[in-house]
Design a binder for this molecule. Structure first.
Ligand code: ZN
Length: 413
């Protein structure tokens, strides 16, 4: 295992959670017998700078060999309007370059707000083509020095560089900021949006762990990192998106702090593993009791967070099948657990109560609940599995209805 911190190079790495051997979460199976690539999945936390990290990440060649065909337009992202406004209120709106611009949704928002020159880089060939069709100059590639050179040959430098939900995927943080420095004009800005893990840690919610995220951040760590690379945070916002996300707009100062700063382990990090294990025990017990009382137990949503929770907490034996709205996922099998994935229409013939484990991000839950009630008139009990919902309160409600001991009485929380 890599023995030093990816951020500060310190040796003070503490294990946050070890989920053991896990499959690639986005790789759905065509048959329940299909062989899977497995990898060890553990997250460590630097007791000096506070950066969470997978010390032994899966080789990107293996991880991204089959593109994850995910387009911006698939996910509700109401917060990006606020981010576009944030950029436009602080800059001259000359130009912006987006790292991982996907199908150009965010570039389009900037364009509509009067940003004159827009470009981006996106490795997914299908998404980058969609962005080009919207009229943007987009390089189909990963961010690299040659891509920066090419962009600077065509444009003379950018006022703002945007990287939304990008840096958590990148092991070479130095290399990333070297590219941002290359692309920006001397007094430019960077907008960084990253998933935040403190909320999940406080809750004992393990769904944030994902092999595609090699870095894990809290807001103080994001600020410390930006200052270390010569950027002074000027505005930051917190959004309930994919769990919790933090966006920070920072101005280039070119004065680099010598270190990432000192962020000792939070109390939530210290107790996380134990809390996660207690939650898993209670959830399995609750699902078992529901089945004993005649409930059909289904998982709604088969995304990456769902995969981590089902496999990490050993929920497979307690779930009958999974449902998902996207037709391209239906008739496949979940990685690891090999739960069959069906259309929500599979609930139509059900006679008897249903316990539905909601494995969708909070911003999608109300739409999913409405969809659920259009497919069945049977009694449905829902348990949300992901923070920022209070996942213990969700469990508590279900346990009360099933006549089980309260969470407090079990002493697990
Ligand atoms: Zn560190």
């Amino acid at each position: 295992m890599r023995g030093s911190c990816r951020g500060c190079s310190g040796k003070n790495l503490v294990e946050l959670v070890d989920l053991g051997s896990q499959p690639i979460a986005h790789r759905l199976l065509s048959s329940p017998e299909e062989k899977e690539f497995l990898h060890p999945l553990a997250v460590h936390y630097c007791g000096t700078c506070g950066l969470g990290q997978i010390c032994d990440p899966v080789d990107p060649e293996e991880l991204y060999r089959d593109y994850n065909y995910c387009f911006s337009s698939w996910k509700p992202q109401p917060h990006i309007v606020d981010e576009a406004d944030m950029i436009c209120s602080q800059t001259q709106r000359h130009s912006a370059f987006e790292v991982g611009c996907n199908d150009g949704l965010f570039l389009d928002l900037l364009s509509k707000r009067g940003v004159k020159t827009l470009a981006g880089v996106e490795p997914n060939p299908f998404a980058s083509q969609l962005a080009r069709e919207k009229g943007f100059r987009v390089y189909t590639d990963w961010l690299s020095e040659p891509v920066c050179q090419q962009a600077l040959a065509e444009f003379s430098g950018f006022e703002t560089v945007v990287a939304r939900q990008v840096l958590e995927h990148i092991a070479d943080i130095d290399g990333f900021f070297a590219c941002v420095d290359r692309l920006l004009i001397p007094d430019g800005f960077v907008l960084i949006e990253l998933p935040e893990i403190e909320t999940a840690l406080s809750m004992g919610d393990g769904s944030f762990v994902w092999e595609e995220h090699v870095n894990y951040f809290t807001e103080p760590v994001i600020r410390g990192m930006l200052r270390h690379y010569g950027y002074e945070p000027i505005v930051s916002r917190r959004y309930d998106f994919s769990g919790v996300s933090i966006a920070v707009l920072a101005r280039r100062t070119q004065v680099r702090a010598a270190t990432w700063g000192l962020q000792p382990l939070s109390g939530h990090a210290v107790t996380f593993s134990q809390k996660l294990s207690g939650y898993g025990t209670l959830l399995r017990e609750t699902l078992g009791a529901a089945r004993d009382r005649g409930f059909l137990v289904v998982l709604y949503g088969v995304g990456c967070r769902a995969c981590t929770v089902v496999n990490g907490l050993g929920l497979r034996p307690a779930i009958d099948f999974a449902v998902d709205d996207r037709s391209e996922r239906q008739h496949k099998y979940m990685p690891g657990s090999r739960l069959p994935i069906r259309s929500p229409q599979a609930l139509r013939d059900r006679v008897g109560p249903i316990l539905c484990l909601l494995a969708v991000n909070q911003e999608s839950e109300s739409a999913v609940k409405a969809n659920l009630s259009s497919h069945t008139d049977q009694p449905v009990e829902c348990i949300s599995l992901f923070s920022p919902n209070d996942i213990w309160l969700e469990l508590e409600r279900a346990r009360r209805r099933l006549g089980l001991q309260t969470v407090i009485e079990t002493g697990k929380r």
